[in-house]
Design a binder for this molecule. Structure first.
Ligand SMILES: *Cc1c(COP(=O)(O)O)cnc(C)c1O
Ligand SMILES: [Zn+2]
Length: 435
């Protein structure tokens, strides 16, 4: 049997080629479901390991290397790929001791073609748009979704339309949407309202939605787990730590891990920790209240990629927390920016939202939830160049209510050799301390 769409709440099924984002009977979210049973014996660690180093499209992609688990049975010619994925899994002993564990890896999804993990979801989402024959795709975005969609839509000669907030959008992200030729619509509304607007407009004008409410996005994003486990030689870490905004990634991770467990690719579940910003913490509150009546919040945080108050994938994220014995933690903007300075300062770098993984892991160690002996894999979701204003503001100490703990202030000098030598004589004068 080929793939189908299935409601996560009532189980109602829909054909894979329906343009539909939630269940007609109960309003629940939809999963893409593949039938692995016939091919299960073939889908071994060796099978996927043998594809490492593939040069040909699409198997040179860190998503499509796992094609049988992502979207089996489709024609390779239809796939819209930029060889996304294949991101580094950095082993970081010094950072590990900073957060208080023996073993820390950071998987850098900012190393994707447009600088965020969204590319892993767009390769599948835009491929599905092409299979469905859609000529326009749209998303509401805090920035990275629009950057990624604009790129992949352009590659497929499909028109991309992005609904952006007219304030607090990171410069690098906005520039990408414009550069890749999408129709950019700045709207006087926050992300959550833009999400509602895009759904209305898409329905009226028959435009395909590529937010993470689209279940094909999550199929691609599952590959972050497949690839991380493959890079760990299929040795399961104790913890995966990921920032949570719209909760697409968290949801995709749960589904991907469950599928790996079912297929015997891994022998146990890691635990998932979802980290939110204090000012955009609806899942954290919901988790802390034992999942009693969910309340959306009005989101406020410097980490704009997770500035979301009413996450569309809430129910799938709750399912993931159950499957993985997961936890949810919150961190302040101060903790986010200090953790970012540390990640940047070891020469790797990330955008503010990504630093939640490190700040959150540190907090969970302090609370005794993560044990010092645990192996932790943190996900860095976006590239350091995405939000230069946040980085510059931190190091110039002009961000409101942030007091930089790791400031790398820029020095000024005249064209004067003596003055320059004088400045640089003191080795501690500037630059970040090496942790
Ligand atoms: C989209 C995004 C997030 C949030 O991911 P969700 O899947 O919406 O929870 C976090 N960080 C970055 C850099 C992002 O682009
Ligand atoms: Zn349903």
């Amino acid at each position: 049997m080929p793939s189908i769409l299935q409601c996560i709440d009532c189980g109602k099924q829909y054909p894979i080629d329906r343009v539909i984002y939630d269940c007609e009977s109960c309003g629940g979210l939809l999963d893409v479901r593949h039938d692995f049973h016939e091919s299960a014996a073939e889908l071994t660690q060796e099978f996927f390991d043998n594809r490492l180093g593939a040069l040909e499209v699409p198997y040179n992609s860190g998503v499509w290397r796992f094609k049988e688990l992502i979207y089996p049975g489709i024609d390779d010619e239809r796939i819209v790929s930029r060889a996304e994925g294949n991101t580094n899994l950095y082993h970081l002993p010094r950072l590990a001791s900073y957060i208080g564990v023996d073993t820390l890896y950071l998987k850098h999804e900012g190393e994707n073609p447009t600088g965020s993990f969204k590319d892993r979801g767009m390769t599948t989402g835009v491929t599905q748009a092409r299979i469905l024959g859609m000529d326009r795709v749209a998303c509401a975005s805090t920035g990275n979704t629009s950057a990624s969609m604009a790129s992949y839509a352009a590659r497929a000669s499909i028109q991309g339309i992005v609904f952006l907030q007219n304030q607090q959008i990171a410069l690098g992200k906005l520039a990408q949407g414009i550069a890749y030729g999408a129709t950019c619509l700045q709207i006087n509304a926050d992300f959550d309202r833009n999400m509602a607007l895009v759904r209305e407009v898409a329905e009226r004008l028959r435009i395909y939605i590529l937010n993470s409410v689209n279940p094909f996005r999550l199929e691609g994003q599952k590959s972050i787990m497949f690839e991380a486990l493959q890079q760990l030689r299929w040795q399961v870490p104790d913890w995966i730590v990921v920032p949570g905004g719209n909760l697409g990634n968290s949801s995709a991770f749960g589904k991907g891990l469950m599928e790996m467990l079912d297929l015997g690719l891994i022998d146990r579940m890691p635990r998932l920790a979802i980290i939110q910003a204090e000012g955009a913490n609806p899942l954290y509150r919901h988790f802390a209240s034992g999942f009693k009546d969910f309340q959306a919040v009005e989101a406020r945080t410097i980490a704009t990629a997770i500035k979301i108050g009413n996450p569309v994938n809430l129910q799938k994220a709750i399912r993931t927390l159950e499957w993985t014995s997961g936890v949810v933690e919150q961190v302040s903007d101060q903790q986010i920016m200090d953790a970012k300075a540390i990640v940047d300062g070891v020469g790797i770098g990330c955008e503010p939202a990504s630093a939640c993984s490190v700040a959150g892991a540190k907090k969970l160690v302090e609370k005794g939830v993560i044990s010092p002996g645990d192996t932790v894999v943190g996900i860095l979701t976006g590239h350091v160049l995405k939000d230069p204003e946040a980085t510059m503001g931190y190091h110039a100490n002009n961000l409101a209510s942030i007091d930089p703990a790791f400031q790398n202030a820029t020095l000024q000098a005249e064209d004067d050799l003596r003055q320059i030598v004088e400045l640089l004589k003191d080795r501690t004068v500037t630059g970040l301390p090496h942790i």
